[in-house]
Design a protein around this ligand. Sequence first.
Ligand code: PLP
Length: 357
Amino acid sequence: AFNFCAGPATLPEAVLKQAQEEMLDWRGTGMSVMEMSHRSDEFVEIAETAEKDLRELAGVSDDYAVLFMQGGASSQFSTIPLNLLGDKTSADYVNTGIWSKKAIAEAKRYADVNVVASAEDNGFTSIPEQSSWRTNPDAAYLHYTPNETIGGLEYDFVPESGDVPLVADLSSTILSRPLDVSKFGLIYAGAQKNIGPSGLVVVFVRKDLLGKARKETPTMMNYQVIADNDSMYNTPATYSWYLAGLVFKWLKAQGGVEAMAEINSRKATKLYDFIDGNDFYANPIDPRFRSWMNVPFTLADDGLNGEFLKGADARGLLNLKGHRSVGGMRASIYNAMPEAGVDALIQYMTEFARERG
Ligand code: PLP
C-alpha cells in the first residue's frame, strides 16, 4: 500500500523494519529502547547521534541549540511568543492559510500581532510578494509558514527580515530540500511528516535568542531550560527520538537533503503536470507556489469523490481524502513516499478519469 496521509505520515519501510528487528532487544542489551532509562549510556548515545545526524542533514551550526521537545508543533505556537518577545510587545506574522492562522490566534494571547501580509484575498492560492509586506522593524520576530500542509501552498523564497529574527513552522517541509538555516532565528517542526512519530517537535533556536523567556513561562516551555538539559529536563519522548534517529540515518543513506530535493521535485512535477494536463482534475494553486509535499486536487464532479476514494483504497492508495476544511483530495508525498507511489496514483487517476470522466 501507499499511504498519502498528511500526518502522521508514511515512514520509510527500512526504518520500520529496523525498528521491528530491534524492538525486543536493542543491540544485545536485552531491552527495548522503550524500556531504557533516558539517562542510560545507551539512550544518551541514541539521542546524541540523532542530534548530530540532524545537524549534519539540515546544516545546523553550533550557533543554534537543537531541541527535541513534546506537545507537537501546536505547542510551539505559544512557546515561541513566551520565549522570544522579551521586552517587546509585538510580533509580525504572515497569514498564508490554516496553520498560519492557528499560530496567529495563539500568539494573540501574548502579543500584539501584526499580520504583515495575508493570502486570504486570493483564497490562499498565492504568496503575496514580499515588497508588499507591512513589516515592523521593531517586532520581536517575524513568523511564517513555509509550507501550508492543508492548502498545499509553499514559499519558493526565504523572506528577508533584516535584524528581526525570522521564525518558521517547517512542520511539513523540513528536510525535503536544502535550506540556509543561518537566515533563521528559530525553526520548528512537528515530527509526524518528515521525521517520525507525532508528539515530538524539533526546534532549532539561535543561541542568542535564549534566556529571554517571560517569567510566567512554564518550565517545560522554556527553551533555555530545555537547552541547558539537552532536552532531558523531564523524561523525553525516548522512543520517538530513537525512531527520528533511524529516519535521519535513512536520509543520510539516500544522499541527504540534496538527493531528497531532486526526488521530491520530480515526484511533485510529475503529479502537477498530470493534473494540469487532464481536464478531469484541477489544482488551484499558483504554479510558482505549489507545495512539493502536499498536493490538493479536485475532480470535475464532486459527486464522484466517494467512488474515487473507494477505488483508490481498493488499490492500496490510502488516505487521499482532502482536509475537511477544503474538501476534494490531497496527496501528501513526503520524503518517505517512493516515486512508485506517485506513479501508481497517476495510473489510477488516469484510469478513473477515462472511465468516469
Ligand atoms: N504546522 C503545520 C504546518 C502542520 O502541518 C501541522 C500539523 O499537521 C501543525 C503545525 C500542527 O502539528 P501538531 O499536530 O504536531 O501540533
